[in-house]
Design a protein around this ligand. Structure first.
Ligand code: UT7
Length: 329
């Protein structure tokens, strides 16, 4: 479902943060656990290492705190916490509740599970909350995939790692940053990538690869169309960090040069819900995004889900509007 925001009440990102657990597993470390080698993994995926350890709530708290501090927002003023994760720490409650408590927030808090598209789903959801009257929303994407990855299975064990990325959204008068978005799901393909409760990830790698390229290109095209911009106007693309060859093939379809892509997968592997915000933060910290630049977020994942959003960076930070009929905090 692609859509163009009404422009009545938008949002801008005023802070961001990341967290990666200390423990690193390199490709060479994996050679002793499965029949693989460093050169093959680098060549076929672009990944050199991944981080393992930590908890979803712990990493989310670290990334979320950094985003709040950068924005300068008083935590008491945060209206909602949306946590994208496919690896919550427990079945119940939502990991967002634990994070809310650890950050000392007084607000609504809930998890969103759309696999590797999760952070973009959460970002769009947060814009919906802001359109309905929230003023400050913390959007976190975190996964601890080491808990559902079999590191003796060379089909999946080479790909996945843990991490977290967060952004603090603040309401502004007018359109804000987001110009267009798209959320998609292809439930008929869910058997290509799944984990039963208590089990490990199961994946048909080639099938996921094939569908991912098309899903990313289609979803990005819908978001670009709803934003009314063309791919050659983009300054930066922040794709889900699954495999460098998937990114390259989908950008080729979109006629976007690879130099415009934000890439962290060589250092992080596939961190699912965390991958887009980790890559975004890396690009922002490197000064790759200036005022007025158009940025495309595009994710895909199990489901199979896909999600895209087009933002214009540095939109005016006008005064927040009055909250329409909002109860609670
Ligand atoms: O968020 C979404 C998460 N999932 C994905 O994005 C997965 C998408 N799929 C992929 O990234 C790729 O399909 C993989 C990286 C999983 C596999 O790469 P591939 O190029 O599709 O490999 P393949 O399955 O076609 O296998 C090619 C060859 C085979 O050998 P032969 O038959 O050509 O002699 C495999 O046995 O590579 C061999 N192979 C490996 N060799 C070393 C497969 N996996 C490995 C491995 N190490 N880990």
């Amino acid at each position: 479902m692609p859509a163009t925001p009404s422009g009545a009440r938008g949002a801008i990102i005023t802070g961001w943060g990341t967290a990666l657990p200390d423990e690193i597993v390199t490709n060479v470390d994996l050679e002793s656990k499965m029949d693989t080698d460093d050169a093959w993994i680098r060549d076929r995926t672009g990944i050199a290492q991944r981080h393992v350890g930590g908890t979803t709530a712990g990493l989310s708290t670290e990334a979320g705190r950094a985003a709040i501090e950068m924005s300068g927002v008083d935590p008491a003023e945060i209206d909602a916490l949306v946590l994208a994760t496919t690896t919550p720490d427990r079945m119940v409650p939502a990991s967002a509740s634990t994070v809310q408590n650890m950050l000392g927030l007084s607000c609504g808090a809930f998890d969103v599970n759309a696999a590797c598209s999760g952070w973009v789903y959460a970002l769009v959801t947060a814009h919906g909350l802001i359109a309905m009257g929230s003023e400050k929303v913390l959007v976190i994407g975190t996964d601890t995939l080491d808990r559902i990855t079999d590191y003796t299975d060379r089909n999946t064990g080479i790909l996945f790692g843990n991490g977290s990325g967060a952004a603090l959204l603040e309401a502004v008068d007018g359109a804000g940053q987001m110009l267009g978005w798209d959320l998609d799901s292809l439930g008929e393909a869910e058997s290509a990538l799944f984990a039963e409760i208590g089990g490990f990830l199961q994946m048909e790698g080639r099938e996921v690869f094939r569908r991912a390229v098309r899903l990313m290109a289609d979803s990005a095209t819908k978001a670009l169309t709803s934003a009314g911009v063309s791919s050659d106007e983009l300054a930066l693309v922040v794709p889900h960090q699954a495999n460098i060859r998937i990114i390259s093939a989908s950008l080729e379809r979109l006629e976007i040069p690879m130099e415009k892509a934000a890439i962290v997968l060589d250092r992080t592997g596939n961190t699912s819900s965390a991958s887009v915000p980790l890559a975004l933060a890396d690009a922002l910290d490197a000064g790759r995004v200036g005022d007025g630049d158009l940025v495309l977020f595009v994710g895909f994942g199990a489901g199979m889900s896909a999600a895209s959003a087009v933002v214009r960076w540095g939109a005016d930070r006008g005064p927040a509007l009055e909250r329409p009929g909002r109860a609670g905090t």
